[in-house]
Design a protein around this ligand. Sequence first.
Ligand code: ADP
Ligand code: MG
Length: 148
Amino acid sequence: MKKCYNTANAAETISLGKRIGALLKPKDVVLLTGDLSAGKTTITKGIGEGLGVTKTINSPTFTIVKEYQGEYRLYHLDLYRLEGLNNDFDLEEYIESDGVCVIEWPHQIEEILPEEYLEVTIKRISELEREIEIIAKGSRYEKVVQQL
Ligand code: ADP
Ligand code: MG
């Protein structure tokens, strides 16, 4: 199952993220794909809001992982700079944890991704417009997309 949305500005993308976040549960994994500045971190701000995170979510590009507490724990991963690092990050630990995992640039770690996940692909249409495709991989996420 798949749903597609168009947002006219960052606030609308955050609202969509909030609706997604409100449907997520422990152990859920959300993969975010899209070019630099597409809006992956922006939609994560909304996902965090939907999970009840009150702290401001900022890009984890330089730290790889940032951790937040809402109704559940949220791990926000950005693997853009992963390659340059000496690989002592145990990313599987986050993916297999009881938290919700939101991963930017997930294809860096294809081999440890779960079989089922929610994939959000953001495409830049213009300065302020984005096309956001939300695809369910697996029955758990079919339910999420259905409810969206
Ligand atoms: P990424 O994490 O994909 O590199 P960011 O979310 O950090 O991207 O940056 C997206 C930028 O685009 C932000 O400055 C944001 O304010 C801006 N922007 C403009 N319009 C939108 C929109 N419709 N949705 C998301 N971000 C938008
Ligand atoms: Mg980002």
